[in-house]
Ligand binder design. Structure first.
Ligand code: UD1
Length: 376
């Protein structure tokens, strides 16, 4: 029997999992391609990895490279070293990478040097900020790619400006939103999530169940500097006196809060800190929140898709459509800007936004169709 052509699909870190899940399903449906799932092991904890595989229905990886944490150089180098023999054994017709994490560029670089066509999902996003490790990963991965799938129209212009040939670029929509739409009906009610972490529900005395904000914070620029993190948490503490803030805390941030002695500040505030939450827990929390405060890329898109106001605690975004069409507002880390934006949302309801083009749950199907047409 003739072997089906093999496509190596790479995942490494939490935001990759919701992107690969719908692609995997879409690949399995027509069955013309044999997907091989490789997890680099960049994220490895139950809460950062296994919960997501389970909730998103991603099969056990065919291979786990088990690289774990490390500096950028160490992590990237180890992924490359362990990924190279995988390509030699599998001889796939292409390698597919998603997003902008270290696993994306590391595997992309190995594939390109082995002359295996590279497919990049979520190509062309640019913050213009090269102090962000992800920006370097994005620019370089796009340069190496044979097929580039974009989520918003501005991405194509960015790629053309960087000399990428137009016929490699395909505007397919957003696989992260495929996952969101496919799992909304399974999202966990906030009461259940909070109860599991020993919190009563509703959180506030006026009994309005939706009267809370969700906070996530993990960008090195926000959490690795004691002054910046201290100022942000001080500001958020003040906001939490008006409205409880649920704060699923990333392991990097958790470590920094402890190192800088900021735990006391949170304990004395209306910020309810929990360990990292699963995909279905987060979806349920965000959907019903009054607003979301975040420095995550994915949450800017998920809040736009859900019509929930998003206050982005960054100076720039690589996802401009969430501002021009969605519910997102950039405020940076300046306390006054954060207070003003939150106040506007609480008083006026915030931006309503509209759903961007092709964020319709069908991005993964389009991707598979293009791969079959262009690479098989
Ligand atoms: C990585 C991505 C970032 C993404 C984020 C989502 C890069 C350059 N950064 O950042 O784009 O938004 O993931 O979470 O790829 N840790 C654990 N358990 C884990 C994984 C990590 O405790 O399962 C801790 C370790 O202490 C580690 C730290 O988190 O040192 C940072 O992990 P790392 O993967 O290096 O970067 P993130 O900050 O998670």
């Amino acid at each position: 029997m003739k072997r089906r052509p093999q496509l190596v699909c790479v995942v490494g870190a939490r935001p990759n999992f919701m992107k690969i899940a719908p692609i995997y399903t879409a690949l399995e449906r027509p069955g013309t391609i044999d997907p091989i799932l490789v997890h680099t092991g960049q994220h490895y904890d139950e809460a950062m990895k296994d919960t997501f595989f389970r909730q998103l229905g991603i099969p056990e990886p065919d291979l786990d490279l088990e690289v774990g944490s490390g500096s950028h150089a160490v992590q990237t180098a180890q992924i490359m070293q362990r990924f190279e023999p995988v390509l030699e054994d599998a001889a796939p017709f292409a390698v597919l990478v998603v997003g902008d994490v270290n696993s994306t560029i590391a595997c992309g670089l190995v594939a390109a040097k082995k002359q295996v066509p590279l497919i990049h999902v979520e190509a062309g996003l640019r913050s213009g900020d090269r102090t962000m490790p992800e920006e370097i990963n994005r620019v370089l991965t796009d340069q190496l790619s044979a097929l580039l799938f974009t989520t918003e129209r501005a991405a194509r212009d960015n790629l053309l400006r960087e000399g990428i040939a137009e016929d490699k670029i395909h505007f397919v929509g957003n696989v992260m939103i495929d996952s969101l739409l496919g799992h909304l009906d399974q999202a966990f009610p906030p009461a259940e999530t909070l109860a599991r972490h020993g919190r009563k529900w509703p959180l506030n005395s006026n009994n309005n169940a939706s009267d809370y904000a969700v906070l996530t914070l993990h960008r090195p620029s926000n959490v690795d500097d004691p002054e910046v993190l201290g100022r942000l948490l001080q500001t958020l503490t003040e906001i939490s006196r008006r409205m409880p803030i649920i704060f699923p805390c990333h392991p990097r941030t958790d470590k920094m809060i402890e190192r800088f002695g900021l735990d006391g500040l949170i304990a004395a505030s209306g910020i309810i800190s929990t360990p990292p939450l699963g995909y279905l827990e987060m979806l349920g929390l965000i959907r019903s929140a009054r607003l979301v405060l975040t420095d995550s890329g994915g949450l800017q898109e998920e809040t736009t898709a859900l019509g929930v106001p998003c206050v982005t605690l960054r100076e720039n975004t690589e996802r401009p459509i969430t501002i021009t069409e969605g519910t997102n507002t950039l405020v940076g880390s300046d306390p006054d800007a954060i207070f003003t934006c939150v106040e506007d949302i609480l008083n006026g309801g915030g931006k309503r936004g509209r759903i961007p083009a092709r964020w319709d749950g069908k991005a993964a199907q389009r991707i598979v169709q293009v791969i079959e047409k262009k690479l098989l």
